[in-house]
Design a protein. Sequence first.
Length: 307
Amino acid sequence: MTAHIPVDRIFQATETHLNEVVSVWDLKAKLGEGPIWSETESAFYFVDILSCALHRYRPSDGMRSTWHVQRRPTFLVPTQDGALICGMEDGLYLFDPETGRTHPFIPVEQHHSRTRLNDGHVDRSGRLWFGTMDDKEELPIGSLYSMEGADVVLRRHHSGYTISNGPVMSPDGQTLYHCESAQGVIYAFDVTASGDLAGQRVFAEVSNGAPDGLAMDSSGTLWVGVWGGHRLERFTPDGTRLAPIPVPASNVTKAAFGGDDLRTVFITTARKGLSAAELEAEPLNGAVFCLRTETPGMPQGLMMLPG
């Protein structure tokens, strides 16, 4: 796709072609991850973990911005006061896009040399959920955490993950979905009013690739990036598998809903682990894609910070 073409213009004449995937930024990300929609800025943010880079893409005019940071970033989430929290390999940081600077906020598992943060999500109540994983992708030493931003309290809910991914909340706030990518499993948990988890169960299993990041639409359908699978998978709340959406890249990492109507889906991908021959055969590995879909996503939750 020609550089800096606004997504709004790309889809203007193709609104009837729903779920049509187009490339909007061929930045050749080593490990593109963690897309989120900033309603304040009308832009998508995402990270390239291995390049230590934060990126912003604005669909209305195609504007692109990039910041390089000192540590590997794993996700970004907006806060209620307009700031951004960046998950990095060793903890949570405040990120200021005006200056490009990051400031330590809360360390996470700094005593453990083999783990790092991975994916994150803010639910509608302002609670942050995120996981840690084995940096070598070998041992089940990762955990699932939440943080009550107003009290700055970390809670570890569940352990035993080699590669934790997701997490994402259902529209009614009663079910949390979370992946163990190394086992190809998506779990579901019941969520209590106090933010505790119970009733862990296998919600779905993914073959021909591994489940990566998760996104949720307003109907409760779960959208799953499939690492090594060239596609997005979709599951209804009862676990029924819908038709997958093909993506012209092997490592599909995560989707996020945005735009004025929350019907633009932004998709990150990665070049990590692919051979030179594979990259030559599929040159869009590591690109960012968009599609338009009929059912809107859920509004992006805003993390609460101490007042």
